[in-house]
Design a binder for this molecule. Structure first.
Ligand code: PCA
Length: 327
């Protein structure tokens, strides 16, 4: 009895002070950790998404973007979203290949090397990935690609034999596997630690995009980039399903609309910026090379082995995705 009187009193106090008790006014706050710098186009796109969500929900959903692995390190972000430690987050799918080979699909060399191919591969794999993540209590908001991956190297190379024994930075199981196949020495390093690793000579080569070479000032340590266009990995922006389900229907629709817009914008910017990053790298002293016929053939041989390995590991689900992609 006492408790009821107390709540009635607090309700009238709230009303007296002009505070609305209506649940529609409740504010939702989401943390969204990412592993890449605030100035990278992925992060800028996510920041725009957060602004769009804020505007479309009249401030009901506030998303705080934590760039550059400041809240969680890259490989920890998926678990953080799954457990609700962070309500949302951005992951590099290929980082999670050891959990399920399907995540590594866009990291398989020479399967999809142009943006239209990457989009087709994305469309073919999305339903399976949605199912896999839903089983872990995670919903996909949108995905955005990196640029086609090339080789950064301290010395000039004309075949993979030139990379034998070289210290090679890997960001995923697949990039470590490449090192193994070409006889380089892999060191797992996420982007947030890459500049330091190069400055101290821990690595002499790696594969990535122009944007990562630019963001990490690779041109200060390694002077050659071989534009092998080997694969186009993607980042996925995820939300904890319970956090999403707690929103009312119009708010959910507003978040999904902002996510769809962010995906379209992200794919467009990624493609536009690819050439720009190569120009910026050139201006800063990087030599951009077309790979020699031998280097290209060597890398494609590596790709062939990895495609076969992937198909074996990914089983019928993987085969179905690749069939849909190749149709
Ligand atoms: N940049 C990220 C992943 C792929 C890319 O282009 C990195 O190198 O860590």
């Amino acid at each position: 009895m006492k408790r009821r009187i107390f709540s009635a009193t607090s309700l009238s106090l709230a009303l007296a002070f002009g505070l609305s008790a209506a649940p529609a006014m409740a504010q939702t706050k989401w943390d969204l950790p990412t592993a890449y710098p605030a100035t990278n186009y992925h992060t800028e796109n996510i920041t725009q998404f957060a602004k769009d969500v804020d505007a479309a929900t009249a401030g009901k959903v506030k998303i705080t973007v934590h760039a550059n692995a400041s809240l969680f390190k890259a490989p920890e972000i998926k678990r953080a979203v799954q457990s609700g430690q962070a309500q949302a987050g951005e992951i590099l799918l290929a980082n999670y290949a050891n959990e399920n080979p399907i995540y590594a699909l866009d990291g398989v060399p020479f399967l999809a090397t142009t943006y239209p191919q990457a989009k087709k591969l994305y469309d073919a794999s999305k339903p399976t990935m949605e199912k896999m993540l839903a089983a872990q209590g995670i919903k996909i908001l949108f995905m955005v690609p990196w640029a086609p991956q090339g080789i950064y190297s301290k010395k000039e190379i004309s075949s993979v034999a030139d990379l034998r024994g070289i210290k090679w930075r890997a960001y995923s199981p697949a990039t470590a596997k490449i090192a193994e196949l070409i006889g380089a020495q892999p060191v797992q390093i996420q982007q947030a630690e890459l500049s330091a690793a190069m400055a101290t000579g821990v690595i002499e080569s790696y594969m990535s995009s122009g944007s990562t070479g630019y963001d990490t000032k690779t041109f200060e340590s390694l002077k050659n980039f071989y534009d092998t266009r080997a694969w186009i990995p993607k980042n996925a922006i995820l939300v904890n399903a319970k956090s999403f389900d707690a929103l009312d229907a119009p708010t959910k629709a507003a978040v999904l609309k902002a996510a769809a817009d962010a995906e379209v914008r992200g794919w467009k910017v990624a493609e536009e910026k690819n050439d720009e990053y190569k120009r910026l790298l050139t201006e800063r002293g990087m030599k951009i090379h077309q790979p020699s016929a031998k280097l290209d053939a060597d890398m494609r041989q590596v790709g062939g082995i990895m495609q076969a390995d992937w198909l074996k590991a990914a089983g019928p689900d993987g085969a179905a995705i690749v069939d849909a992609y190749k149709k």
